[in-house]
Design a protein around this ligand. Structure first.
Ligand SMILES: [Zn+2]
Length: 84
């Protein structure tokens, strides 16, 4: 049985190893942008944001900030393959 202290040590270790251990499967959050709030969704490695930049380019500063926060647990935002 874990003591509180060993649980904290384990959590620190997991945090250090987060890129290998955590895979985000789906996510929905709001992001307080400079001018308004945005809804961001991530499902099956695909990002969505309701901001104008994302609608034009399929990537935006809001998603990039969340990618940086979550590390390797998420796939990068990419333009969908329109050829398929
Ligand atoms: Zn955005």
């Amino acid at each position: 049985m874990y003591s509180a202290e060993s649980r904290i040590i384990k959590a620190r270790q997991y945090f250090e190893e987060r890129d290998e251990r955590i895979r985000v499967e789906s996510l929905r959050c709001t992001f307080e942008g400079e001018h308004s709030s945005h809804v961001i969704e991530y499902e099956n490695h695909v990002w969505k944001c309701d901001c104008e930049e994302f609608l034009r380019t399929f990537v935006c500063a809001h998603i990039m900030a969340i990618e940086k926060t979550l590390g390797a647990g998420v796939s990068p935002a990419v333009k969908p393959d329109v050829a398929s």
